[in-house]
Design a protein. Structure first.
Length: 342
């Protein structure tokens, strides 16, 4: 254990305050973005992002498809920046997510989408960034400075900002109310003790699982294990892991399974128990498992917001794993805070 708090730990503890700041100060921007999207017709959605921001887009894809009934597709930024291709994007609502708003490929794809007829929304922590400058509307994350290389505050606030926009477009009063109560749930999530799971992660390989919106959280968790702990983690849908990947599971193999209080929860619990029966050490964010071990978790009062609380608890755990392995999560090897890809 480190004797002083890492920047990553400090920023995890700041997440509830950052969420409160966004929910207090972001309403006007969300309303303006929603009005712009409605005026554009909004027949489908597309996203432009990389890394953690792309995982946020995966979460928003499920939120869009499950609440608005609008399909959402991730567009490779290189379509515009490398290949110079123009998409036929009229009627699309394009969400471009980047904590820095500086990566040239994200900026170029957003410019191209707008020129092709899409309504464009930048979700970024820097309202003066190049990305904000080329999009029609901007949702500022209000996360404050994020100094640790591993994104935590900006990932969570990206989820909240995007979900808020979708809830506004739907006019979903229950979801809008749940979002306003989210900071208190995130505060509780920072205190969930996942020490048992942290102690079990001693090797160099593991699985993370999810389904539906929680798959995006699984994806982000696998990335954070790689970034901060130098662990080879692979994320799978619980609907796919038994179709081939299960072959490498042996006694003691660690698995973290993410679930929300939604229709996929009992299905994920079944798979978690099936892996536990094969000898894996499975830790699950649900109390519906019988053989896997239950991780303490926070339910938010709305199934779409539950995954946001789960990633906060995970972040607190993965920082602990990095410390146990003698790794500084604030400065992962080979990485820097802002990656500008052409």
């Amino acid at each position: 254990m480190t004797s002083t708090k890492t920047l990553m730990r400090q920023e995890i503890e700041e997440i509830p305050v950052a969420a409160e700041r966004l929910l207090t100060g972001g309403g006007e921007a969300v309303a303006a973005a929603a009005a712009m999207a409605r005026a554009g017709g909004m027949r489908f959605m597309m996203s432009v992002a990389r890394g953690s921001s792309d995982h946020a887009c995966t979460y928003l894809k499920y939120a869009s498809e499950l609440t608005l009934g609008l399909p959402m597709a991730s567009v490779g930024p290189s379509v515009a920046s490398v290949y110079g291709a123009e998409l036929q994007a009229a009627g699309a609502l394009c969400l471009a997510i980047s904590q820095s708003g500086q990566s040239p490929d994200i900026v170029r794809m957003t410019e191209s989408a707008r020129a092709s007829g899409a309504s464009t929304v930048a979700i970024t922590n820097d309202p003066r960034s190049r990305l904000a400058g080329v999009a029609e509307a901007t949702l500022q994350l209000h996360a404050g400075p994020e100094r640790s290389v591993a994104a935590t505050k900006t990932f969570v606030t990206s989820l909240i900002a995007g979900l808020w926009l979708i809830a506004e477009l739907k006019g979903d009063k229950d979801l809008l109310a749940a979002l306003q109560k989210l900071p208190e749930h995130l505060e509780a999530a920072t205190r969930c003790d996942w020490g048992a799971a942290a102690a079990a992660i001693t090797g160099s390989s593991l699985f993370t699982l999810g389904r539906g919106p929680s798959l995006a959280i699984s994806n982000e968790a696998a990335l954070k294990f790689k970034e901060t702990c130098q662990i080879h983690a692979e994320s799978y849908s619980s609907a796919e892991v038994l179709h081939g990947p299960v072959s490498i599971v042996d006694s003691g193999f660690p698995v973290i399974a993410f679930a929300a209080a939604d229709a996929a929860e009992p299905l994920l619990a079944e798979v978690a128990d099936a892996l536990a029966a094969k000898g894996a050490q499975v830790y699950a964010v649900t109390d519906q498992v019988k053989q896997a071990q239950i991780l303490p978790h926070v339910r938010t009062g709305h199934w779409l917001a539950d995954p946001i609380a789960a990633i906060v608890s995970f972040y607190a755990m993965v920082e602990q794993v990095a410390a146990q392995r003698g790794i500084n999560p604030d400065a992962p090897r080979h990485l820097k805070k802002v990656t500008e890809t052409v």
